[in-house]
Design a protein around this ligand. Structure first.
Ligand code: KIV
Length: 259
């Protein structure tokens, strides 16, 4: 059975940790789904890990849909969530509705994610959820604001922490079914998690969130550098290089193919 937004909220109530990872193509999505990941996020981080950009800003809605289509075709169980990319929703409510609608019409994704918790985003979330479009929120470090905020930890001062808590509460009241907390102090993440009826999914936000997410390229050791809060569980870059080297050696030595 597929994971639904309602199921995620039930898991929070039952104290079951939620497992989330990113994916950008069919093969990796299939592996993650078979491994039992609950949420597969087609994150706009694919701009960096799959398309080679230095930030998430350049990726387009068409590109997100292309990747979400491939990922969602691979997935049987996990909830597939697709990021709305930079400037595909901030400009106006109409633009947000069109962008979210395109994702749901042109892919099998079950939900969209948008960044930020300022008043216009709250208005957009309220409208989308009223229309029956499941929305995931994302506060703290929001990479689409990199030009303003950089990649540094957010919520370190009392004012900043209060603002992030208020944003999370407002997003929850506007109807998001879950919220990503990125790179904020663990005490702040714990406070938000205790205050909200919906699950929090942490990345660089400590142990007290209802679930955890990583960028899969970081987890697998494919990224050249990883953020300080991430962890690589395998050095796939080296494993792949070794395989390519072995193939190269065998071809050069006429050992592959064999007659
Ligand atoms: O785009 C992404 O991969 C994300 C995660 C970092 C949560 O938003």
């Amino acid at each position: 059975m597929s994971v639904t937004p309602r199921q995620l909220i039930k898991w929070k109530q039952q104290g079951k940790s939620i497992i989330a990872l990113t994916a950008w193509d069919y093969s990796f999505a299939q592996v993650l789904d078979e491994a039992g990941v609950d949420i597969i996020l087609v994150g706009d981080s694919l701009a960096m890990v799959a398309l080679g950009y230095s930030t998430t800003l350049p990726v387009t809605l068409d590109q997100m849909i292309y990747h979400a289509d491939a990922v969602s075709r691979a997935v049987n169980r996990a909830l597939v969530v697709c990021d709305l990319p930079f400037l595909s929703y901030q400009e106006s409510l109409t633009k947000a509705i069109n962008s979210a609608g395109r994702v749901l019409k042109e892919t099998q994704a079950g939900a969209i994610k948008i960044e930020g918790g300022y008043p216009r985003v709250i208005e957009i979330v309220a409208e989308l959820t009223t229309m029956g479009i499941p929305v995931m929120g994302h506060v703290g470090l929001t990479p689409q604001s990199v030009r303003l905020l950089g990649y540094k930890q957010q919520g370190k001062t009392i004012d900043e922490a209060d603002r992030i808590l208020d944003e999370a509460i407002a997003l929850s009241q506007a109807g998001v079914f879950a919220i990503i907390l990125e790179h904020i102090p663990s005490e702040l993440a714990a406070t938000i998690t205790a205050r909200l009826p919906i699950p929090t999914i942490g990345i660089g936000a400590g142990t007290k969130c209802d679930g955890q997410i990583l960028v899969t390229a970081d987890l697998l050791g494919l990224s050249q550098t990883i953020p300080p809060f991430a962890k690589s569980y395998v050095n796939l870059r080296q494993i792949l290089k070794n395989a390519v080297q072995e193939f190269t050696d065998e071809v050069l030595n006429y050992q592959f193919p064999q007659d």
